[in-house]
Design a protein around this ligand. Structure first.
Ligand SMILES: NC(=O)c1ccc[n+]([C@@H]2O[C@H](COP(=O)([O-])OP(=O)(O)OC[C@H]3O[C@@H](n4cnc5c(N)ncnc54)[C@H](O)[C@@H]3O)[C@@H](O)[C@H]2O)c1
Ligand SMILES: O=P(O)(O)OC[C@H](O)CO
Length: 336
C-alpha cells in the first residue's frame, strides 16, 4: 500500500516486526519508542539487536518524539504492554490526527477495569470504537521477522477501516483476513496466553502430548465459553485468532507465555521465571483480569482459575492438575 503514513508505538519485538511488515507492504513507517539508542539503531543501521538480533530491517524512520511520529499518520499501531497502554496513550492523545485509525496489537485485558485493549485504546485516545482495529493471529514476532509466511486477522467494527489496515500490512509473507468480531478476536489473543502458561507448566512438570492436547482443546472451550457470554461470533474461535494462535503459542518455545509457564513447571518461583523469560508475558497479569471477567459473567474457566492459583496463590502444578481432574464428571461441550 504505497506511501500510507503509519506510526508504530512500541519498539519491542512485535512493534519493530510489525513496522517491518508495514514497510515491506509499502507504507511510510515511523517507529516510536522510549529508548533513544534503539531508535537511532533502527533508523541508521536498520536493525534492533536488543529485540530482533540478526534481523535486517527495511528502511524506516524511528524516533523517541511521539508528536513527530504521529504527525500525518493515517494508521497508528500500538505495541506496548497492555497494562501500561492506557496511561501511555492518554499522554499521546493530543498528537493523534483526527482521521487516524488506531490498531491494537496487544493481547491482554486491563487489570482493575477488566477491559479489552480496543476499549482501553478508544477511551484513552477519546475516539470511537469504529476507529480502533485489532490484529491477532498465530504471529510469533521472531518468525515473522525472518519473513516466514503467516496469516492474521484484522478486526474492526468498521469494515472499511479493517480493509485499510489489512491492505497496509499485506505483503509477500504476511496475509491478513478481515473480520468484524472484535470481541472474539481480542478475547482469543488474551486468553490463549493464559492457556499457553498452563501448557508450559504441564510440559515443565514433565507431562507429555496427551496433557498438552487436552489443555489446548479444553482451553479453546474456555475461550469460546467466555466469548459467547460476551457476544462474540462462534466461528471466530475456530479461526486464525482462535485455534490458530492457540496452536502457535502452545507449541512453540518462542512464546514467552509458554516459556514462563515451563519455568514455573520446572520449579522456579514467579519472580525467577519473569527474570528468566524477559520481555512481555501478558498472561501473567491478564490471567487475573480474564478470571474476573469470567466471574462477572458467570462463566466457568477452570484452567484459567488454576493458572491464577499457581502464579499468584501458591498452588503447585500437581495440585492444579489434581484439582482439574477431580471436578465432577460431565458431557463434553462448550456450554458445559
Ligand atoms: N512478540 C510477539 O511475538 C507478539 C505477537 C503478537 C502480539 N504480541 C503482543 O504485543 C504486545 C507487545 O509485545 P512485545 O512482544 O512487543 O513486547 P516487548 O517486551 O518485546 O516490547 C515491549 C515494548 O514496550 C515498551 N514499553 C514498556 N513499557 C512502556 C511504557 N510505559 N511506555 C512506552 N513503551 C513501553 C518497551 O520498552 C518495549 O519496547 C503484547 O501485548 C504482546 O502480547 C506480541
Ligand atoms: O510470546 P507470546 O507468548 O507473547 O506469544 C506471541 C504471540 O502472541 C503469538 O501469536
Amino acid at each position: 500500500m504505497s506511501g500510507v503514513r503509519a506510526a508504530v508505538l512500541g519498539s519491542g519485538s512485535w512493534g519493530t516486526t510489525f513496522a517491518m511488515v508495514m514497510a515491506d507492504a509499502g507504507c511510510d513507517v515511523t517507529l516510536w519508542g522510549r529508548d533513544e539508542a534503539v531508535a537511532r539503531e533502527v533508523a541508521e543501521q536498520h536493525s534492533n539487536t536488543k529485540y530482533l538480533p540478526g534481523v535486517e530491517l527495511p528502511p524506516m524512520s524511528a524516533t523517541t518524539d511521539a508528536a513527530a511520529a504521529l504527525a500525518g499518520a493515517r494508521i497508528v499501531v500500538v505495541a506496548i504492554p497492555s497494562q501500561v497502554s492506557r496511561v501511555t496513550l492518554e499522554g499521546l492523545r493530543e498528537h493523534l490526527e483526527p482521521d487516524a485509525v488506531v490498531v491494537s496489537l496487544m493481547k491482554g485485558v486491563e487489570l482493575s477495569t477488566d477491559k479489552r485493549m480496543s476499549q482501553v485504546v478508544s477511551e484513552a485516545l477519546d475516539i470511537p470504537l469504529e476507529r480502533v482495529a485489532v490484529v491477532s493471529g498465530p504471529n510469533l514476532a521472531k518468525e515473522i521477522a525472518a519473513r516466514q509466511p503467516t496469516a492474521t486477522v484484522v478486526a474492526c467494527p468498521d469494515e472499511d477501516n479493517a480493509r485499510l489496515v489489512a491492505e497496509a500490512c499485506s505483503n509477500t509473507y504476511f496475509r491478513p483476513y478481515t473480520n468484524t468480531d472484535v470481541v472474539g478476536v481480542e478475547l482469543c489473543g488474551a486468553v490463549k496466553n493464559v492457556i499457553a502458561l498452563a501448557i508450559g507448566m504441564a510440559q515443565g512438570r514433565g507431562f507429555g502430548w496427551n496433557t498438552t492436547a487436552t489443555v489446548i482443546t479444553r482451553g479453546l472451550v474456555e475461550i469460546t465459553r467466555l466469548g459467547r457470554a460476551l457476544g462474540a461470533q462462534p466461528e471466530t474461535f475456530a479461526g486464525l485468532a482462535g485455534m490458530g494462535d492457540l496452536v502457535a503459542t502452545c507449541a512453540s518455545p518462542l512464546s514467552r507465555n509458554h516459556t514462563l509457564g515451563k519455568h514455573i513447571g520446572q520449579g522456579m518461583t514467579l519472580d525467577e521465571a519473569l527474570v528468566a523469560t524477559g520481555t512481555t508475558a501478558e498472561g501473567v497479569k491478564s490471567s487475573r483480569s480474564v478470571l474476573e471477567l469470567a466471574e462477572k459473567h458467570g462463566v466457568d474457566m477452570p484452567i484459567t482459575a488454576g493458572v491464577v492459583a499457581v502464579l499468584h496463590e501458591g498452588l503447585s502444578v500437581e495440585e492444579m492438575a489434581r484439582a482439574l481432574l477431580s471436578r465432577p464428571q460431565k458431557a463434553e461441550g462448550v456450554v458445559s
